[in-house]
Design a protein around this ligand. Structure first.
Ligand code: SF4
Length: 546
């Protein structure tokens, strides 16, 4: 493998394998080198499921378990002000969060029922739809993992590489294959990448996580992924994909860059393998906070990245291609919509993705009663029932509404997202999910006089810490959890506000105004004030100001 031009920083050594830095430069890299993280599955089944929590090797517990979707959850009762001061073992509960990867967000009703049953039987009926189309459980015991894997895998589901420095779940359009206006259905590429590469030891030791989106519609936040394939019509070659690399949020948010290359559906798995190989070989491994692909792309630029991809990995040039069309409104697929085959799909909104095992089983039953066998989760923490005959739409709508899954929700229920937060996350500083429920209820009440005037959605994303699991920088109103000082000088839970972020036509990160902080108790009042000002001052159909 030839070496690439290096920047000054790279010359000092960023831990890039391709430049000869093979010796681990931090404890995470050491752990991955000492033992391939995928080997932990056998230890969980053969050892830890029998010893219980107390017998788990710490290196596995806080490291390699993640490759199978397992994180220790936060011990109840530890307030957010203590998060940064405690040692990991003081924050660890004996129970786990478990993520089931659901590539493209697509499940059958049979799979959905099993997901619900696992929640009911092993996770105290917890289940959250994440903003990456996964399902996340809590209260999992290591002793139950062999049975849980058996039940999930019997219906074709997996937790493999749901977390960890690995190729995580692939986001896909929740309406892939059924949308009247999609450019191309990316599902075959998602399936093929999963079949070939998920669980492949060649990609199980990456510098950090690797997030992929593949969609024939711009509905998967492709701008903030490590690699994204976005549907586009090429004037000569027809429908295919535009390739983006190097997007990501968290504490150094960056918008992905277009490579300017068009590829066909069949080429996607090979190009994906080329991009992830560059990340594995050239990605920065010295510092964890510089280890995402976006830092390499920023240093190299898109042209250099494409050149290395073509010459060192694909061994052929790619066609140049046009950019994808940019939507003027974000698409959340809520409501009743016609499919291209004449059936209908129903997009329904829980609040901030919170459902339960019982609810998911009830959705599977209701969908089947309406003649459907397919459900999808969305990157906005919503769910969709596909393939419904017109004659079944009204009764399914009513059933879903009875489950708290409204297909005609208020703008607030529709626009609020929240990460896991203080309830279960060890990094959290503030509560998020319960706060989202309270916020939606308060806004529905406070703003009922102007609800009809909110003709374009307003997104409110709530994070429990400076990480960006709920994509706060791309929301109209982004709320970053932190401890703030209230009017009486007390240290209380609150939020740094980011205003005016967006994707699509208005791609950009929200403005973080100095001193723009709000206590949790004042949150509803604050959002009400912002929305009333916007509605009063805007021009017709003007989106939330950037
Ligand atoms: Fe946890 Fe922070 Fe992510 Fe929320 S944003 S889930 S608190 S790491």
């Amino acid at each position: 493998m030839s070496s690439s031009p290096t920047t000054k920083r790279q010359k000092r050594g960023e831990g890039q394998w391709a430049l000869g830095y093979r010796e681990p430069l931090n404890p995470n890299e050491r752990s991955k080198k000492d033992d391939n993280p995928l080997n932990v599955r056998a230890r969980i089944e053969n050892i830890y499921a029998h010893t219980g929590f107390a017998g788990i090797d710490p290196g596995d517990l806080r490291g390699r378990f993640r490759w199978f979707g397992l994180y220790t959850q936060r011990k109840p009762g530890i307030d957010g002000g203590r998060t940064a001061t405690l040692e990991p073992e003081e924050l660890d509960d004996e129970f786990f969060m478990l993520r089931v990867r659901i590539d493209g967000g697509a499940v059958t009703t049979e799979q959905l029922r099993v997901i619900g049953e696992v929640s009911r039987d092993y996770a105290r009926d917890t289940a959250d739809i994440t903003d990456r189309q996964n399902i996340q459980y809590h209260w999992i015991r290591v002793e139950d993992m062999p049975t849980i894997w058996k039940k999930l895998e019997d219906v074709g589901l997996t937790t493999m590489e749901a977390c960890g420095d690995s190729p995580r779940v692939i986001l896909g359009s929740p309406v892939a294959g059924i949308a009247e206006d999609e450019v191309i259905d990316g599902t075959p590429a998602i399936d093929e990448i999963k079949r070939r590469y998920v669980g492949d030891k060649a990609f199980a030791n990456l510098p950090r996580k690797f997030k992929t989106a593949i969609s024939g519609l711009p509905d998967v936040a492709h701008e903030v992924h490590d690699v994204a394939f976005v549907g586009v019509h090429h004037p000569e070659h027809g429908p295919g994909f535009d390739v983006w690399v190097g997007g990501g949020l968290s504490t150094n948010p960056m918008i992905g860059q277009r490579l300017g290359a068009w590829i066909s559906l069949d080429e996607v798995p090979d190009v994906w393998a080329g991009v992830i190989s560059i990340f594995r070989d050239y990605g920065y491994r010295r510092l964890r906070n510089r280890a995402r692909l976006k830092f390499l792309v920023k240093d190299w630029g898109a042209a250099r990245f494409r050149e290395v991809l073509e010459t060192e990995y694909l061994k052929r040039p790619l066609y140049d291609g046009p950019p994808p069309e940019v939507p003027d409104q974000p698409r959340d697929h809520i409501g009743v919509h016609r499919q291209k085959d004449g059936h209908f799909y129903l997009g329904a909104a829980p609040i901030a993705g919170r459902v339960s095992g019982a609810k998911l089983i009830a959705v599977a039953d209701a969908a089947e009663k309406a003649g459907s066998h397919r459900v999808r989760f969305t990157p906005l923490q919503k769910l969709i029932v596909l393939d419904v005959a017109r004659s079944e739409v009204d009764s399914l709508k009513t059933t879903l509404a009875g489950l708290g899954l409204q297909t005609d929700p208020s703008p607030w229920r529709r626009g609020v997202m929240a990460c896991t937060g203080l309830e279960f996350c060890k990094l959290a500083i503030v509560e998020t999910k319960a706060r989202a429920v309270d916020l939606v209820s308060q806004l529905e009440d406070r703003l009922k006089d102007i609800t009809g005037d909110v003709t374009t959605p307003i997104s409110v994303h709530i994070n429990g810490c400076p990480n960006s699991c709920a994509r706060i920088q791309t929301a109209d109103i982004g709320l970053k959890g932190q401890i703030v000082t209230d009017d009486d000088g007390n240290q209380v839970e609150g939020f740094q506000v980011h205003l005016g972020g967006g994707l699509g036509l208005d791609t950009g990160f929200g403005r973080k105004l100095r001193g723009h902080k709000v206590t949790a108790d004042e949150l509803a009042e604050y959002v009400e004030r912002v929305v009333r000002n916007y509605v009063a001052d805007r021009k017709p159909d003007e989106r939330f100001p950037q």
